[in-house]
Design a protein around this ligand. Structure first.
Ligand SMILES: Nc1ccc(Br)nc1
Length: 447
């Protein structure tokens, strides 16, 4: 079976157990389910390092953390716009005959909770979360079926200051982990560009999402296929031609010449680039009319973070979604947000040699030199822990050679030895492992 290296975890693949023999215990498959990852300690340290940065940046921007169930009603994700995310929905019928799904994204859950909270939450709502998202994809492509996504969303701010704030927060994250504008950039456009073109050809509003989903595939499938799919949803030859031409526009100036200065698309984009200038991250941004993003519900500014060497998939992406709430039967509230996955960024950090050294570190390793001093050693460990020391207590009688080896593996700073004669004199032995300096410490002075 296909084996894939998950970027931050171990190898996953099928360990085909041997034929069942009566009476023998079958060796289970010790790999995680296909497309999923374990996080053994060294991978979990990297994950925590990254997620802590996500959360610290979110708090820095005044966002509040929220969470939702990984399992949601399937109805939250059954949009009819031909999105890949729906084709790959990890859905099933539960024992109560309810159609449920492992969430493929976090935004619909956010909308559900905002609607549920109704008037009890004041606007603007600024929420963030880091959550596992799922897709069921045939494993022939050997891709992962789960990843963790950092999301930040601003609800109730119609102006592009919201998008400017969100992009600023991602720039802050990049800077914190050593990524600069020479490593990554943001391609920025607005779906209002498409909207204004479609309006010129009287294309019905309800086709907007489908058209965007088709156009998002522009770099993944041949142009003829794109044209065919656009005509299949009802666009005229002229509308298709004009759409594809406007997507190849190379600058905001050229876009303004094509669409005129009175439209919202140009005004929003000009304002966003002006804000980026003032905030100080304009070097990270570039207008790119071909960016539409693949989620049907975006309605305005859309953006995606990309690696300038062009080796990796999009690092993050987001945009404005002003009509998602009405698709859930509620009044619309203006909204924008982004998703930032945990896999591509790690591939980028590896590429750039920016993966942090995250070794396990402890302060003290405490060891009894005699079996009957185990309780005393535990008491010493407790005293040290109450002072906030990270302490490894040797739990069994072990030769000193073993203890020194364990201390080295745990990167312990000090070895605290509890021996009979010392204990009689009310002291313990302390050895600084980096310098081999050793001395005695009175029990009372440990506190
Ligand atoms: N939506 C989604 C979910 C899971 C993965 Br892996 N990729 C995309």
């Amino acid at each position: 079976a296909a084996e894939t290296d998950s970027p931050t975890g171990g190898r996953s693949g099928a360990l085909t157990p041997g034929p069942a023999v009566a009476g023998e215990v079958q060796k289970i498959d010790v790999n995680p389910p296909k497309g999923t990852r374990d996080f053994p300690p060294e991978d979990m340290r990297l994950r925590n390092w990254l997620f802590n940065h996500f959360k610290e940046v979110s708090r820095l921007y005044g966002f509040e953390e929220v969470d939702y169930p990984v399992l949601e009603s399937e109805a939250l994700f059954t949009r009819k716009a031909g999105e890949e995310i729906k084709d790959q929905l990890y859905c099933f019928e539960d024992r109560g005959n309810r159609r449920v799904a492992l969430r493929p994204e976090l935004t619909p859950s956010l909308a559900r909770l905002v609607i549920q909270k109704g008037k009890s939450v004041s606007l603007p709502i600024k929420w963030f979360t880091v959550g596992q998202c799922w897709r069921y994809e045939r494993m022939t492509r050997g891709r992962r079926r789960e990843h963790y996504q950092w999301n930040m969303d601003i609800i109730g701010v119609p102006g592009v200051m919201a998008e400017a704030e969100l992009i600023a927060s991602i720039v802050t994250l990049f800077k914190r982990i050593g990524i600069t504008e020479s490593d990554v950039g943001f391609k920025v456009s607005s779906r209002k560009v498409l909207q204004e073109v479609l309006n010129c050809y009287s294309v019905p509003e309800n086709l907007f999402g489908k058209v965007c989903v088709i156009i998002d595939k522009i770099e993944k499938i041949p142009a003829d296929e794109i044209k065919k799919e656009l005509k299949a949803v009802g666009l005229s030859q002229e509308a298709v031609q004009e759409l594809l031409q406007v997507l190849s526009v190379k600058s905001l100036t050229e876009l303004e010449e094509r669409l005129g200065s009175s439209g919202e698309a140009v005004a929003d984009l000009k304002q966003l680039f002006s804000l980026a200038e003032k905030i100080g991250y304009s070097k990270w941004l570039q207008f790119d009319a071909s960016v539409v993003r693949g989620l049907a519900y975006y309605t305005g500014i859309v953006f995606e973070g990309f690696d300038r060497e062009g080796k990796l998939r999009a690092i993050c992406g987001g945009g404005r979604y002003d009509h998602l709430f009405s698709t859930f039967g509620a009044d619309d509230i203006s909204a924008c947000g982004f998703g930032f996955g945990d896999a591509v960024i790690v591939e980028l950090l590896k590429e750039k040699g920016l993966l942090p050294e995250l070794n396990l570190q402890i302060d003290d390793i405490v060891c009894a030199l005699d079996e009957d001093l185990q309780g005393c050693a535990a008491m010493v460990a407790n005293i040290l822990r109450e002072k906030g020391q990270i302490v490894e207590l040797v739990l069994e009688s072990k030769p000193l050679k073993w203890v020194f080896k364990r201390a080295a593996r745990l990167n312990a700073e000090r070895l605290v030895l509890v021996g009979n004669s010392e204990w009689q004199r009310g002291v313990v032995g302390v050895k600084i492992l980096s310098t081999a300096e050793q001395y005695e410490v009175k029990l009372d002075d440990l506190k």
